[in-house]
Write a protein that binds this ligand. Sequence first.
Ligand code: SF4
Ligand code: SF4
Length: 311
Amino acid sequence: MDLNEALLTVADAVDIVLWPVALDFKRKHVEAMDDNEIAVSFINGAVRLDEQCEMVELLRRKSQLIVAFGACAHLGGIPGLGNFYSKKTIFETAYANSPSLDDSAGTLPQQRSQVPEGELTLPKFYDTVQTLDQTIDVDYYLPGCPPPPDLIQSAVEAILTGNLPEKGAVLAPAKALCDTCPRADSKPERLSVDDVRRPWEIKIDPETCFLAQGLICAGPATRTGCGETCIRANQPCRGCFGPVADAGEQGARMLSMVASILGVDGEDEMSDDQVQRLIDRIADPAGTFYRYSLPVSTLKRKRIQGLGGQE
Ligand code: SF4
Ligand code: SF4
């Protein structure tokens, strides 16, 4: 939780009953609890395997409150970009076509395999990455990759004091990152860029708005609350806090923002060729605009029959 010594205060106030990365509790210990016995579960990660689905359903039954912790549980996160592909394509890429494979026979993982010692099993790999609230009912969201300690601390305090906002709230400020960005004063009223650049291609001015330098920054479409971490490290925002409150879809907002910039060159309209040249300069536009939020976007996929799992 990145709380440093404040973790001791939390540990004094609560009994921790499951913490897989730090303490040796097992699933059977949770199964033995009464329903609603856990006051709150913080759950990180998206859901892609049947065992993850079973575990979060179990925790939902045993918990009074569920907090989706971090970008993957909240929005699908980087693993959610897997939704641009099917399970079949992912398996073929990883297990049959990867140039670094030792076994190029195309052996794919099987849910059940017989070996001399007995049967080996693997969890079922779903075709689609789901967010936590696409799998179970979620009470609150702590955004970020990772959520910053001050927001975690506020959330824990709110839970301990019973001072929680309305169910479904994202436990972070409602403004956009641009509203709190130290470079906001240098963001021109009307943005126009003559080129789209990537961070490694230029010497980045540490004071000037990234968009004004031709670098794609997700700040206008992203909720604030992270402390402008990337901006202060002289890197554009990538959008891990998710959409601004009530602003609809983050990726569509990014797309619309970039489209409005790319249409103008100073006071003049750009020609179609100029616009196309700039669009071609955006590496992986869909992956850039939906970097953390593809599973919650309104972009839908074609259903492919016969792949098994939820689709
Ligand atoms: S676009 Fe990025 S750099 Fe510019 S003001 Fe917004 S958050 Fe700051
Ligand atoms: S600047 Fe953007 S990508 Fe970086 S931590 Fe903040 S919200 Fe996340």
